[in-house]
Write a protein that binds this ligand. Sequence first.
Ligand code: PLP
Length: 503
Amino acid sequence: MLERYVKRILQARVYDVAKETPLSEARFLSKRLNNNIYIKREDLQPVFSFKLRGAYNAMAQLTQEQRDQGVVTASAGNHAQGLAMSAKQMGVKATIVMPKITPDIKVASVKARGAKVVLKGDAFDEALKYAYQLVEEKGYTYIPPYDHPEVIAGQGTIAMEMLRQHPGDIHAIFVPVGGGGLIAGIASYVKYLRPDIKVIGVEAEDSACLKAALDAGERVVLDQVGIFAEGVAVAQIGEEPFRIAQHFVDGVITVNTDEICAAVKDVFEDTRAVSEPSGALSLAGLKKYAQTEGVENETLICINSGANTNFDRLQHIAERAELGEKREAILAVTIPERPGSFEQFCKTVGRRMVTEFNYRYSDDHHARIFVGVQLKDADDRSELITSLEQADYPVEDLSDNEMAKLHIRHLGGGRNDAVSDEQLFRFEFPERPGALLNFLKNLGQNWNISLFHYRNHGAAYGRVLIGMQVPDGDKQKVAEYLDRIGYRYWDESQNPAYQLFLR
Ligand SMILES: Cc1ncc(COP(=O)(O)O)c(C=O)c1O
């Protein structure tokens, strides 16, 4: 079986459209993990993912008659773009059936490559059914995204390049897995020539269809598939990929969303490329493997398999990256409800940066705050919690609490009629280490704080919203006081959003 695939890979036609991509050394990460880490840069392909290789190779094998009839596929992702570009290059008519919910940006990029787009059905299954109908009705040839020997062979050319680019020792190659076309191609080539190199699949925890199949000894259909890493959101591993993986894949690692986000950041720091979640998946697995297996001074290779991400997803990715790296703790801490206790709390947190601070008055004795703190390393979380408990602050660790991270941070607080004499101020101050503590020190302890919201967004300015209880006679004094401390601020007490949601 291997020899047959190696021959197909060696003969694969991919370079009419695809490039031989560099194998970039990840210097920062190599130093951090004490290994030699390389990233295969498939994000640099003309369609920003490797899928072009398999699609073009499958099309290159068609007869003239099949080409004249045209090709069709169902895909909302990178395969669609790969096929559209391949068809354009060969002068073949291509129809791509996409579910109606496909984002406009993807529809537009497929159209821009000259393919005909048909929007059909609410889910992928319906689009697929319609693509098969077109095969029957119009005589098109269906080009599948992964379950096809020539698609597998096209993706396998990545392994051919990697072994040539790095002829020395390699401990393991990490491969993202969706339907399994990529890992099948890579495993075939690597295991034939260099069986000593481990080939390890990496899957998102909530779409781990290869792991489920390997555990069961047969292909299974997952009940539900998470779509954060949409490029690999596949419910069942392909038949031919599974046949290959069963014999030639050394293991599968699963990673969660936060670990994927942390890997997107690592890819960026080392190569300045912004990968899509599936594109950084194999690096997330590589990191997990190096840490859990205690591997050091070895060569480890992963693949940045794609960079087709929507710009508006980057904010979420950046926010979760710190959690994935275990560099941010999210805590619920109870502190005394009295002037100066915020500042005291920040001192206990020490030199660590406070990344988020949410508080709304609830009673006269205790203040419960939702707080994010940047950590030095994985052990720092327990050190922080211990030092807070020693200072008599009750602490609940919410760092692994999905609901808290997704919703509660935006909902904490709310309306409160019990707060008397409240005035609301919005502040802006230059963001730098220690800026928040400095701000609190300057604010002093003259008035009770009844509301506090701060989130570090990595921007040049830190922004804080504060409610203070200011008796009528003190209003002028507060104004003079705030003017003197020198931060830009606005009185938001009459802001209708405040009146509607916080009063
Ligand atoms: C960016 C990216 N990475 C990885 C994969 C997984 O490839 P395969 O389905 O061949 O396992 C895909 C599939 O579309 C992808 O788009």
